[in-house]
Design a protein around this ligand. Structure first.
Ligand code: UD1
Length: 426
């Protein structure tokens, strides 16, 4: 699909079952490689990033089967440790395959990963962690050639608590003889989900969710690990995005399955902005207040406010009463949607990693371009509250990480048409 045509003004209300988390399913799919067996993942979102990861797994020799919300991967037939360059460039998460392929094959060849253009996104922290475990890494012709068949457990201290680097270190440590301690690890719920999956496969890992993770590893872990079934945790960013859609349209929404314990920082900011939020064991209910109030926020690693919700919250603040200041502390380039929001009438000024948003009375629909996944979702939120019709182009960015966002929002009262241009038209 190429664009969304959104007629603004409809309230978002009803009930929606939150899909499995993109940021949990991707590393777990990569981790399936350490099992030498069949794993079944339940509750997977149907998104382009998952399809890309499955294509990479097939290119490595795995068998994959996708049905409604569940995926079966059989890694017994893996016969290659070179990640094709084209697929590597499709998405950042391909970097998660470094650890599992080293654990399984003793080597991996890959190029620098792609993904959203929201910052420089180096992988130095991943590389440093792997080297600490004994992996040798050489760069030649733009490729990273990583080798390590006799790894030893070690103490790794991450310079920053980064999610992907923590997960890569955990997965590589499975094949390192002895105990590995990862200090200053990221604490995101998706890392705990990865740990739970690994334990179900027979691994000895503790501490995920805290800043210290301990892995007891052995050479050739795939000879001991077995397949398993695993249900993916709910996507806190999908839930937060839909909360923003309800908040800007004066709606009411029950997000079935959303985990309040994963979303404290997000829920607090919605409350500060004037929304009413109720937390239940089986979901979150949100009701918009009369008019949103300006709210400041700073993004930070979990349990702080997630950078992946910053763009959507910024879109919400465009019509809030007063002036909000947002500080993006993780990515250098996460305001690419701001000029598009300004086209719609928003009053935003950006200085470095800070954005100042002066709330305006209303936005006007116009033609805008999605520049990245969450920035694209922010434009959809703006379109839902704007007067008239908003056309959001380049929605392939949105499809990378949201499972049929147009259909989901339509089922909750929105008026969105997804348009595919006939081939050959401009
Ligand atoms: C994960 C999430 C992503 C989220 C991000 C930050 C997944 C699949 N993706 O990505 O949605 O936006 O956390 O919460 O889980 N950095 C380095 N060196 C490194 C690694 C990272 O400098 O080796 C920096 C990057 O430049 C960037 C920040 O750390 O500024 C986050 O980097 P990134 O690697 O994209 O985060 P992930 O942990 O992979």
């Amino acid at each position: 699909m190429d664009s969304y045509h959104i007629r603004g003004g409809n309230k978002i209300r009803g009930e929606y079952r939150v899909r499995g988390a993109k940021n949990a399913v991707l590393p777990i799919l990569a981790a399936s490689i350490v099992t030498n067996s069949q794993v079944e993942l339940i509750g997977c979102p149907d998104i382009a990033d998952v399809d890309n990861m499955l294509e990479i797994l097939r290119a490595l020799g795995c068998k994959t089967e996708k049905s409604k919300e569940s995926i079966v991967v059989d890694t017994a037939t893996i016969n290659c440790s070179v990640i094709p360059d084209r697929l590597m460039r499709e998405m950042r998460s391909s970097v998660f395959l470094m650890g599992p392929l080293i654990a399984r094959c003793g080597e991996v060849t890959l190029s620098h990963p792609g993904g959203c253009e929201i910052g420089v996104r180096p992988i130095d922290i991943h590389i440093s962690a792997l080297k600490t475990l004994g992996v040798s890494i050489e760069e030649a012709d733009g490729l990273l050639i990583c080798k390590g068949s006799k790894l030893s457990g070690a103490c790794i201290t991450l310079t920053f608590p980064r999610v992907g680097a923590t997960e890569n270190a955990m997965l590589t440590a499975l094949a390192a003889d002895g105990e590995t301690i990862i200090k200053n690890s990221a604490r995101e719920p998706e890392i705990l989900d990865l740990q739970n999956f690994l334990i179900a496969c027979g691994a000895d890992v503790t501490g995920a969710g805290s800043d210290t993770i301990v892995i007891s590893g052995r050479h050739d872990p795939f000879k001991r690990f077995h397949g398993t079934g695993h249900t993916i945790i709910p996507d806190r960013i999908e839930a937060g995005t839909l909360m923003a859609a309800a908040a800007v349209t004066g709606g009411k929404l029950f997000l079935k399955g959303a985990q309040p314990s994963h979303m404290h920082a997000i829920i607090e900011k919605f409350k500060e902005a004037g929304c009413f939020v109720w937390e239940y064991t089986d979901g979150i209910y949100i009701e918009a207040g009369r008019r949103l109030a300006a709210t400041n926020l700073v993004t930070s690693p979990y349990p702080g406010f997630p950078t992946d919700m910053q763009s959507q919250f910024l879109a919400m603040m465009t019509t809030a009463e007063g002036e909000s200041v947002i500080q993006e502390a993780i990515f250098e380039n996460r305001y690419k949607q701001v000029p598009e929001l300004c086209k719609m009438g928003a009053d935003i000024s950006v200085s470095g990693m800070d954005a100042k948003i002066k709330g305006v009375k209303s936005l006007q629909g116009c033609l805008v371009n999605a520049t990245d996944l969450r920035g694209g979702a922010a434009l959809v939120i703006a379109g839902l509250m704007a007067d008239g019709t908003t056309i959001v182009n380049n929605i392939t960015h949105i499809e990378r990480g949201y499972d049929k966002l147009d259909k989901v929002l339509n089922s909750l009262g929105a008026d969105i048409r997804g348009i595919t241009q006939p081939t050959g038209t401009v």
